[in-house]
Design a protein around this ligand. Sequence first.
Ligand SMILES: [Zn+2]
Length: 181
Amino acid sequence: MERNELCWCGSGKKYKKCHMPIEEKIMMHAERGEIVPTRKILKTPFQIEKIRKSAELNTAILDEVARQIHIGMSTQEIDDIVYRFTKEHGGIPAPLNYQGFPKSVCTSINNEICHGIPDENIILEEGDIINVDVSTILDGYFSDASRMFKMGKVSERAERIVRVTEECVKLGLEAAKPWDI
Ligand SMILES: [Zn+2]
């Protein structure tokens, strides 16, 4: 692709002002024999906007769970909230029927690390910590985020793992940056 042609990504900018610098960098790494991303996973501005919209809904679902989660409710009720809210806003819960997963959200309590399955017989109790992991498809674009909730007063150990995990997430997000070009 020529430097002054319009970029392949559809941004309307010239290639040299858009994806050329990143692709030159990728080529440099490829020449060194490294594994490099293909054009297919270099997202276009259009795709990034769609992912952003999906993620906005995903966050809104977590906010709705945050408003309603309480001691004494079942994890099935959390599933119902996620299913209803997602559908009302035009989305599809990504976990539902994914490789046979039967529910719309993952609810993992205490020593359950992840991918816990909501159940009407699992009731939130004082002292529980629960991770609610929401993934959403909106308009064909996926987003995924989870949030920890503490039920009432939790043990010092539980408090600590929630705090340290959050610190780790923040450090990870700070470290995850685009290549500087
Ligand atoms: Zn471009």
